[in-house]
Design a protein around this ligand. Sequence first.
Ligand SMILES: Nc1ncnc2c1ncn2[C@@H]1O[C@H](COP(=O)(O)OP(=O)(O)OP(=O)(O)O)[C@@H](O)[C@H]1O
Ligand SMILES: [Mg+2]
Length: 388
Amino acid sequence: MGSEIGLLKNIPLFATLDSPSLKKIRRVLKKETYKKGQTIIKEGEMGDSLFIIIEGEVEVLKGKAKEKVTSLRPYDFFGEMSILENKPRSASILVKKDSTLLRLYKSDFERLVNKYPNISFEIMKTLSSRIRETDLRLIKNLKKKNKELRKAYSDLKNLQKELLKTERLSTIGKVAGGIIHDLKNPLSVVKCYAEYIKNSKGVTAFLNNAASTILYEIDIILKMTREILEFSKGEYKLEKISVNVDKFVREVLLISNEELEKKNIKLHLHLNTDCKCEIDPQKMRRVFFNIISNASDAMKDGGELKISTSKNKKHVNIEFTDTGIGIDKETLKNIFEPFYSKGKKKGIGLGMSIAKRIVEHHKGTIDVKSKKGNGAVVTIHIPILENR
Ligand SMILES: Nc1ncnc2c1ncn2[C@@H]1O[C@H](COP(=O)(O)OP(=O)(O)OP(=O)(O)O)[C@@H](O)[C@H]1O
Ligand SMILES: [Mg+2]
């Protein structure tokens, strides 16, 4: 009994009482033990007692979802609200670790409170600190929910923007696709006649020149139509084969080199990876041409184009470095946007967006780094099939 009185002294609720009072109180406290997982109090039921924890740990759970509000440990008490207010329990209490509790029935509790005002004071102190904790918890929860809501709202707005863009692009694609398709026939006729004039005997130099110009311009229009048609098709299938990347780069560049030389652009190849990737050669050639054509446009007065390959564990990197005019921040931001073109008379603005789409179909990525006036570096990263 002596040590039990000592124990009661540890409980803040009774800490200010003297030993004779504690002895009297001990008589009305009923010791009970509970096993882990047991429910001591059920939310919504009427309560008849207050509990003080001597050993173990319990959890306070609230609502249908049984959301954990807090944990209570030795010398904490619970169950006071229901008996103070004569209302159903406001939360459930679940035993988290095997626990020993002291139960104080409502009638005894009322008597004690009347007799020892200090107990009321201690209860008030605890209740006040619990209200403060609840407040803080609610504010924290509200802040968290607010943040989640703001994030959900911004995600939704972005999604809406994306959807609008996709819809707009698909409409542009469809309309453009239709027009381009109908344009092809008259263009072929014009091309035929221009070739006929050019190849005819006895045409004046002026007519010959005019025919060459017509053929040149038609080629540009045809290139544009090809781009737009490709773009309007949207999803397309890849016909992948396994290729040696360095070999592939060398072959593609062989075709472009003549054009580059004409423009006074010197080509440097640094092909350092002897590994295989699975690619659709026709589509990937397209990526190369689009990147090289941009580099060439950026080096109107000639320059240097370095193409190097390297690899890491999973990817082969193909890097195109030019010494051209470079790319300003705004263009860099929009470079992959369809129909974004800057500083070109005949640019449609599809080259890079098509390149990105093709590379991503290969499960790769493409990035561009540049500073205005300082050339540009376009890198594509494609998954490696195997090292050899
Ligand atoms: N290497 C580069 N150096 C400087 N500017 C570049 C480079 N590559 C791309 N750009 C800029 O990015 C823009 C978008 O390129 P993209 O290839 O998509 O379109 P485009 O070249 O204008 O038209 P298209 O390729 O459809 O004929 C270009 O208009 C150009 O301003
Ligand atoms: Mg281009």
